[in-house]
Design a binder for this molecule. Structure first.
Ligand code: CA
Length: 229
């Protein structure tokens, strides 16, 4: 099997080298870039399977890079995980809305970083969740053909928008969705279209899922929501 290639974009050499070493030990091929311009050049040359993108970079920053990737059809489908400082919460929201699939806050453990990379690459190999009519997550089964949700053998009584929300979260456990993304992704249903309404809907959905299962639907402070991985 071909080794997956990870492009590590990070201006601090010590961190970049350390991340690269850890990924290689974990069995990945690694390419590196030390600034925004080099990042774009390297991703065009190497077509990586995944990009770890530091946010604060000389030249182009993370947002600039995501923006350039989005308008380039050869780059727009490459998954990006952002590496950000904790203080950059608003950047995280913006980054996720610009198409990043995940973020890791600095300082991070290398174990966590490798685990996230592995989880996302595994997901890429799986069939597209949107095309799958049955989604299983822990004890929950969502059947989009019959529009039924069964939790540990018991059918849940859900509204259309509850079901849509669950389907979004359960198709990508661990993936953080911002409120704005949730509004956009579930538009067209009976879903209320404000970000505040998302919060209300989540509280109600957690209740319907019960205390034991409801905790899986996590609030990511300052960012949005996700289903625990
Ligand atoms: Ca940096």
């Amino acid at each position: 099997m071909r080794q997956s290639l990870i492009l590590v974009v990070e201006d601090e050499e010590a961190i970049r080298t350390l991340i690269g070493m850890n990924l290689e030990v974990a069995g990945y091929a690694v390419a590196e870039a030390k600034d925004g311009f080099q990042a774009l050049q390297r991703m065009r040359e190497t077509r990586p399977d995944l990009i770890l993108l530091d946010w604060m970079l000389p030249g182009l920053n993370g947002i600039d890079i995501l923006r350039k990737m989005q308008v380039d059809s050869s780059l727009s489908s490459i998954p990006v995980i952002m590496l950000t400082a904790k203080s950059e919460e608003s950047d995280i929201v913006l980054g996720l809305e610009m198409g990043a699939i995940d973020y890791i806050t600095k300082p991070f453990s290398n174990k966590v970083l490798v685990a996230r990379v592995r989880a996302h690459l595994r997901r890429q190999d799986e069939p597209d969740a949107d095309e799958t009519s049955i989604i299983n997550y822990k004890g929950l089964t969502l059947d989009s053909n019959q529009w039924r949700a069964i939790l540990n053998g018991v059918e849940l009584s859900l509204t259309f928008s509850d079901f849509e929300l669950l389907r979004l979260f359960c198709s990508s456990p661990g993936h953080v969705y911002t409120r704005q993304q949730i509004v956009v992704r579930t538009k067209g249903s009976d879903y209320p279209v404000t970000e505040r309404a998302v919060d209300v809907q989540i509280v109600s959905l957690r209740k319907k899922l019960g205390a034991d299962f409801g905790v899986n639907l996590e609030t990511v402070r300052g960012v949005g929501y996700r289903m625990r991985n």
